[in-house]
Design a protein around this ligand. Structure first.
Ligand SMILES: Cc1cc2nc3c(=O)[nH]c(=O)nc-3n(C[C@H](O)[C@H](O)[C@H](O)COP(=O)(O)O)c2cc1C
Length: 211
């Protein structure tokens, strides 16, 4: 049983990275974490070149990830909320799984999944998107976990005065940015506990389905 954890956030060390890794901490078998930050992965262009052999022909960083996806038995996939949907890099990555679908390809169908969602205010949206993606790909989603991440406005330097940003929008004008009000996964023990529980559950289910 091998579990592949993928964080779709473009920010290295982000809350999505951390929460996917918390799920993996609960996993007690072969596991690997891959952050997509810094990777060059474009969208599916619907060229249909993958129909004949279920292998995408586009030449970018998705090529190195294909074998890891095929050889894994379970997936922990995380993404951040960008404009109420999962962030673009994560979306491109998931679109490219189209290569596995054709002619009843069985590379990912029947495997297990955990969805991880992070948002400045609404972390559920990307988790829901990933769960729908699992459904389309016949991956059995055993659960999801979410956490609040730190909106860029906490660190951009203009957060306290910018009237269009998250600080004014969610906390109100005049709010001072302090470490106490800055979201951090370490302040969300329920999310960490749920992530570990799902990791342990993945291991248990994986043992059940092993030949
Ligand atoms: C372009 C962009 C759009 C965003 N839109 C939303 C949004 O619609 N709702 C929300 O809750 N958070 C939104 N956020 C905040 C992010 O979800 C938040 O910063 C989160 O922590 C990002 O995940 P990460 O820390 O794993 O990178 C947005 C951030 C960016 C950069």
């Amino acid at each position: 049983m091998k579990v592949l954890g993928i964080s779709g956030s473009p920010r290295r060390g982000s809350t999505t990275d951390q929460l996917v890794q918390e799920v993996l901490k609960g996993v007690n078998c072969d596991k690997e974490f891959i952050p997509l930050s810094g990777k060059r992965i474009g969208p599916c262009i619907a060229c249909l070149s993958c129909v004949k052999d279920n292998v995408c022909v586009l030449d970018d960083d998705m090529r190195q990830l294909r074998d890891k996806i095929v050889s894994a038995d379970a997936y922990v996939i995380g993404a951040a909320n960008y404009y109420s949907v999962l962030n673009g890099l994560a979306h491109c990555f998931l679109e490219r799984w189209y290569q596995f679908r054709h002619r009843e390809g069985k590379a990912v169908a029947g495997k297990l999944g955990v969805a991880v969602g992070v948002g400045g205010a609404m972390p559920d949206a990307p988790a829901q998107n990933i769960m729908k993606f699992f459904e389309y790909n016949q991956i059995e989603c055993i659960g999801s976990v979410t956490a609040q991440g730190s909106a860029s406005c906490f660190t951009c330097g203009y957060g306290e005065t910018c009237r269009a940003g998250a600080i004014h929008m969610f906390l109100g004008p005049g709010t001072k940015i302090t470490p106490e009000i800055t979201p951090d996964l370490s302040k969300q023990p329920d999310s960490i506990a749920e992530a570990r529980r799902l990791g342990a559950e993945l291991t248990r289910r994986g043992v059940d389905i092993s030949p």
